[in-house]
Ligand binder design. Sequence first.
Ligand code: ATP
Ligand SMILES: O=C(O)[C@@H](O)C(=O)CO
Length: 431
Amino acid sequence: MSLVLGAIADDFTGATDLANNLVRAGMRCIQTIGVPDHALDADDVDAVVVALKSRSCPVEEAVSDSLSALEWLQAQGARQVFFKYCSTFDSTPRGNIGPVADALLERLGAEQTVMVPAFPVNGRTVYQGHLFVGDRLLNDSGMQHHPLNPMRDADLVRVLAQQTPHPVGLLTHATLTQGGDAAKVRLAELHRDGVRHVICDTLDENDLNVLAESVADLALVTGGSGLGQTLPEVYRQRGWLAPVDNAGQLAVPNGASLVLSGSCSQATLGQVEHFLRFHEGFALDPLALAESDAQVEEALAFAHERLSETTPVLIYASAAPERVKEAQRRLGAAQAGELVERALARLAQALVGEGVGRLVVAGGETSGAVVSALGVAELRIGEQIDPGVPWTQTQVAGREAPLSLALKSGNFGGVDFFTRAFETLRGERPS
Ligand SMILES: Nc1ncnc2c1ncn2[C@@H]1O[C@H](COP(=O)(O)OP(=O)(O)OP(=O)(O)O)[C@@H](O)[C@H]1O
Ligand SMILES: O=C(O)[C@@H](O)C(=O)CO
């Protein structure tokens, strides 16, 4: 069987999130870090998710990286392409969701795609084109404070219309309740009206099932990882997938436990606070990092004294919105972010070299920086810790055994994620 799905993800944790859903739905899946420079041995792989760092970079770079990923996936024979972005539609009026989707459509010679950011199991739903996080509209969910791409409007038709010169339309929940054929008819009507991008309402798994059925023949689909839960079943019904048992089996983990957090999302802030009630942590401050390397040295010393297999150590820059704003005011948002990412990447490199074998990283940009510093090329996706976050394993220089790595999207995971992740890995609590 050849590659069924080729996905292009705009950040590393987002890529893992999609890969996790594909594996849980029975697809054999690998995640690559960046575009590989070699062909895939596709015999036992149904889906590849190419993880880029294109969410917050300049538009031209995001487009060019995404097109390189597309070219590679096409060369591997992917039947359908999935552009994965955040379930909170992280973007700015310049992009990068609109421009990347436009470029992919053009290169694929296609005229329409769907936008399905929803991930209902994690509380991301879309109704009348408005994105909700739990019971809050996107712009009232904490995302309005995001350090890199504050989301101040929940109306996705309006948000996307700023990012593309092409018409944006809506496929409503009312149509989805009439089933896949009705949805296809509506997509065709919108196509006739010249609508290139169709924001899709999605309230629950039923809507995701109907959507998967209606969009499996499109050259390009786009969205969060929710659609990854239901597309595999449609592929299976079409005979594109071989049956497999346990697509997510990993080797036995070993080594000390570490959490590195550069995410300032609300869920992560709660997880840091919860962790610090039971364990020690070391706080990084971008203002101190701007002065010298001393704080990184202190963090290393802190970790050296405490690293163990059973009790995780936390090093974090995660801070409340006021503190983030203050650092950004003094250093500039990009510079503050970069200082933190560089520090956490350096710590990951040093501490994995010194015996850390189980590593949780919180934050998409942060994960990108850490994974690049570790020279990770490919991840095998294993057991889920919480929806959207699996353990993965990878080979890194300086470690004979694989490194167990969990890349947590900022707003994902229960409040005790930073301790429970390690318990899950030891088989102490089923996921
Ligand atoms: N104290 C801080 N002050 C300013 N910026 C910070 C601070 N701590 C972290 N940052 C930066 O904020 C950004 C957080 O983005 P990141 O993608 O890692 O987390 P997230 O947005 O919560 O996660 P996700 O993208 O998965 O939702 C990073 O660039 C990080 O370096
Ligand atoms: O879709 C999501 O919410 C996540 O996979 C993600 O991309 C956050 O960085």
